[in-house]
Design a protein around this ligand. Structure first.
Ligand code: COA
Length: 165
């Protein structure tokens, strides 16, 4: 049975290991390997993950039989009622088995417990995950090309979902 674990700084190696195995597979048709490596280095270093956690981002791990199958991260925003789904990644061999849905449920529960009533996220406009998010009740709010340094861009949709408390 899939377990959802609220992660701490002790779990940073697990999060890094998942990200470094999942990202090259799921993003290679969307962005260059150079951009994948740049984003992993800037967002998934020990220091970057510690900073994200210290700033209030809560990570969740999906685990079954001592094997980690995915992770999610949710963080507060400047708007008290609005939380941001910063990360949602499932190991590709385990897609379409309900794990993304279970991780998202944990994120929504966390958001509601914190008093939030809306989730936002950014997703590349070419990412098949857009279909997943629509299925999960997110709608496209706007789109933007966001510069992330080194001349790289994220060509994203911003999606939102109201959370029922
Ligand atoms: C997006 C992602 C997290 C979905 O996780 P998952 O575990 O495969 O999704 P689930 O099995 O929980 O799917 C829940 C529902 O969404 C549907 N779904 C899943 N992926 C879908 C897709 N790409 N398009 C349309 N629907 C999709 C499932 O069929 C399922 O529908 P059902 O309830 O009718 O059976 C996963 O595909 C992933 O890790 N993608 C790569 C990483 C990524 O791009 N993350 C987003 C970064 S912004």
């Amino acid at each position: 049975m899939i377990q959802i674990i609220a992660a701490s700084t002790n779990d940073i190696p697990v999060i890094q290991s998942l990200a470094y195995s999942i990202w090259p597979i799921v993003y290679i048709d969307i962005i260059t390997l150079e951009q994948i490596n740049y984003m992993l280095e800037t967002r998934y270093s020990k220091q970057a993950l510690e900073e994200q956690m210290n700033a209030g981002q809560q990570f969740f791990l999906a685990e079954e039989d001592n094997i980690y199958l995915g992770y999610a991260g949710v963080a507060p925003t400047e708007t008290e009622s609005l939380y941001k789904l910063e990360k949602l990644y499932v190991v590709p061999d385990n897609h379409k088995k309900g794990i993304g849905n279970i991780l998202l449920e944990a994120v929504e529960q966390f958001t509601a417990e914190k008093g939030g009533n809306e989730l936002t996220l950014q997703v590349n406009r070419s990412n098949a995950a857009v279909g997943f998010y629509k299925k999960m009740g997110f709608i496209i709010d706007k789109e933007a090309d966001v510069e992330i340094g080194n001349g790289y861009y994220m060509n994203d949709y911003f999606m939102v979902k109201k959370i029922v408390n």
